[in-house]
Write a protein of this length. Sequence first.
Length: 428
Amino acid sequence: MKQGWEIKKLGEVSEILNGGTPKTNITEYWDSDIHWITPADLGKLRKPTVDDTPRKITRLGLEKSSAKLFPINSVVLSTRAPIGHLAINEVPMSTNQGCRGIIPSKKLDTWYLFYFLKKNVELLDSLGTGATFKELSTKSLSGVEIPIPPLPEQQRIVSILDKCFVAIDKAKANAEQNLKNAKELFESYLQGVFEKLFDERERKNISEVAKVIGGYSFKSGDFKKEGKYQVIRMGNVRPGIIRENESPVFIDELDEKALSKALLIPKDVIITQTGTKNKRDYGFTVIIEKENYLLNQRIAAIRFSKEFLPEFFLYFSWTNIFKDQYFANETGTVGQGNVGIRAITDSQVPSIPLKEQQTIVRQLDALRAETQKLEAVYQKKIADLEELKKSILQKAFAGELRSPEGAVSANDGYSPSKKENKKSPERV
């Protein structure tokens, strides 16, 4: 610890106030002029400060809820569901019981406190207790130790952190935009290829080029944690991916009749048939590449003839052309959407010679591989920038933070249309 720094408990250098919720069925408590925020509201903030809230309460509602009004420049911290959302309030504010307001003393800079808590979210979460959901008590929060340098040093640290984080956030935004551009590059090309084929070439119903098989209704009581056959369920399927480790279940033995209905074979294309109505959060397709998979209910398998490449259909199934046909047959309630087998068999696909299918698949494979490389670069860059933030915060509260000049280039990252920029952020 540097000379002149002290270690204090948070309760010694701040006042911690509780929130509360007025009774929701009493109109006199609601829709007035006192800002009132919840952990969920904090989690939706796009910036570290808050000057407005979705709901407001009355002075009477504040009194009846036993909540306290936090003065401006307090740090609002969610202390359950989840622990760790943070904001500095720019207007007087109260909260529900899932938050605390931390009012720093004159010895403690508000933004210094904010950054300290941001650095220590994992610690705060580890101090939470509770069976249904963890909650951080006022007592535990008060006992958290915080390094306290002289106020001018706190303000110097905050100034450096502000500059560094502005640059990091800008670099991260650039990387996120480049990641989006990379994905859109492939999607745009894919869409264009199949729009041309669908408009200009012969079409056939899927029933003319493939056999469609419905999933088998297994008894959940027969599932085991391991066994010969893995049962592929809705949660295991994402576009182009089988997530084997997503809540895996197995069946060790199955009679021949059930096995003949449920056993998938390599090159089957499977498609999920249930999700949220009007959300298109299903209809995911993937090609089976392994043996010993069983097909569960609400997933269908499409087994193509030798004249139709499963890979060609897989790419087609990711286009809006196919999705528009598939979801046109959606049924179900507001909460749940379902698509039946007929929606698959009656959907049309471009019908072109096998060699032409192979050429298109090779071209799409090559472009997809390149865009996936770009995506991996951008995703790593985003992760590295988050790690850089953690590193800077670690140094800040160990008294090791230096001047930020040249720390991060706001233009770090690159566009898919340009050559890779090898320069990475220089650590502060």
